[in-house]
Design a binder for this molecule. Structure first.
Ligand code: PHB
Length: 430
């Protein structure tokens, strides 16, 4: 492919608007299936953002303080930044208000550490008495704070962490998720691989924490009846592994024909580059959940990512007007590409906006606020319209089998093109 430099947001916008090439699909119809510690302020208070523009809500202009728990350092730091940006973009598009209330965002740095996450959550709930909290990248953090939100009846909108149980056995009337369960992308790519790839022996690799193990389990489940063999697995330490060579040696020795890998953020960059540098890229098929090659890591991965196939509920190439508006506005606002993490957080803001539109009760009545949030039907997301399962509060949404291809005008010349619509993927629930 002929590569060209994309020098400005304007040309990028043209690229996004003008995509008519392979990998662009329309919205699909439903088918089957911180440094925080007790001595430091938790949050950076960034609001209220001011301005009118939002339809009047039931709150009569009372300030709404929203806590956002994210990593701002470590492997997942860029994901946290993307989530703050996505939430902010929705606010900016709505005059700084949600449901007619000026919003004050309170940021809390959690790293990917459950103990720090719990301290931030306690502070948000007990000291700051924030009526609603969102964010959370890591499954370990989500599992660590789940009981506190449930016991205190404070609404939590998880905008990334996929820990299955948060919307299965440990689901709560006050907990919602605008992202995915770990099962959804891992099972869907596993099922696709079992049915479509002529590779019979697989190696699983994922970081050694809750999300890595849940992704591995979902992939195994997809293969259980397919007559394929998982020959070996490896779980490198999370957040500290920089050199994947010992694991890449294990992969080579296993003589597997394919590799399923769940990595995200900085680890996705290192793993994908080292997989290529170690000489495995031309020999083995590499697949995984879409975080492996998301837009936040793809430019750094470069050609090492070419051809990797993944499953996810979004790509910037989805030919949906809402997606085009979103990706353009995001680039204008922040000078960088939108990611799935910014989409999920944008939708958390939308859930609050719609859910509280007619709410005129006490914002600290968490059960009542949660009931109002539960009443929201469809969200008009950049991923296409979707809804939360009324029982579990996990998204019911289509997934896409994507492949990293050379796409003219994309940042770094690469993009996640859709090669197959996998249809609606609904978590099996408890
Ligand atoms: C998780 O820990 O649930 C997690 C983290 C990063 C991702 C996806 C899931 O990209």
């Amino acid at each position: 492919m002929e590569r060209r430099e994309v020098g400005s947001n304007v040309s990028r916008r043209r690229f996004l608007r003008g995509l008519g090439a392979a990998g662009v699909v329309a919205a699909v119809p439903a088918l089957a299936a911180c440094g925080d510690d007790a001595t430091e302020p938790v949050g950076q208070d960034t609001g209220p953002a001011g301005g009118g523009g939002s339809p009047a809500g039931g709150g009569g202009g009372e300030e709404l303080a929203v806590g956002i728990m994210v990593p701002l350092s470590g492997t997942y730091a860029s994901l946290g930044r993307d989530m703050i940006n996505g939430f902010q973009l929705y606010l900016d598009e709505h005059g700084g208000q949600l449901a007619g209330r000026p919003v004050r965002i309170v940021e809390g740095e959690t790293e990917a550490n459950p103990e720090i996450g719990l301290r931030v959550a306690r502070r948000f709930i007990e000291e700051e008495r924030l009526p609603v909290v969102t964010g959370i990248v890591s499954s370990a953090v989500a599992l660590g704070v789940r009981d506190l939100f449930d016991e205190r009846q404070v609404p939590l909108i998880v905008s990334n962490a996929g820990a299955n149980d948060v919307t299965r056995a440990q689901r709560s009337p006050v907990i919602f998720r605008t992202s995915f369960s770990n099962w959804q992308p891992a099972f869907s790519v596993g099922q696709w691989a079992a049915e479509n790839l002529d590779v019979d022996t697989w190696f699983i690799i994922a970081p050694d924490y809750a999300a890595g193990h849940e992704d591995a389990a979902a992939f195994r489940e997809a293969f259980a009846d397919a007559g394929k063999e998982i020959v070996a697995e490896a779980f490198p330490p999370f957040g500290t592994t920089e050199d994947y060579q010992p694991f890449l040696s294990q992969i080579r020795q296993s003589e597997a024909g394919g590799v399923f890998a769940f990595f995200s953020g900085g680890e996705a960059i290192s793993f994908v580059q080292q997989f290529r540098d170690f000489g495995l890229k031309d020999q083995l098929t590499l697949i995984g959940p879409g975080f492996l090659t998301d837009e936040g890591v793809l430019p750094a991965q470069g050609d090492a990512a070419l051809g990797i196939r993944t499953s996810l509920h979004w790509t910037p190439l989805l030919d949906i007007p809402k997606n085009q508006e979103f990706t353009q506005a995001y680039e204008e606002a922040f000078g960088m590409q939108a990611t799935v993490f910014s989409v999920q957080s944008y939708d958390a803001a939308q859930l609050i906006d719609l859910g509280l539109a007619d709410y005129d009760g006490d914002l600290n009545e968490g059960a009542a606020v949660a009931e109002a949030l539960a009443g929201v039907g469809e969200l008009d997301s950049p991923r296409g319209p979707f809804r939360l399962d009324p029982d579990t509060h996990n998204p019911i949404q289509p997934f896409y089998l994507r492949e990293v291809q050379e796409v003219e005008g994309a940042e770094g010349g690469l993009a996640n093109a859709v090669i197959e619509e996998l249809g609606e993927v609904r978590d099996p629930g408890a």
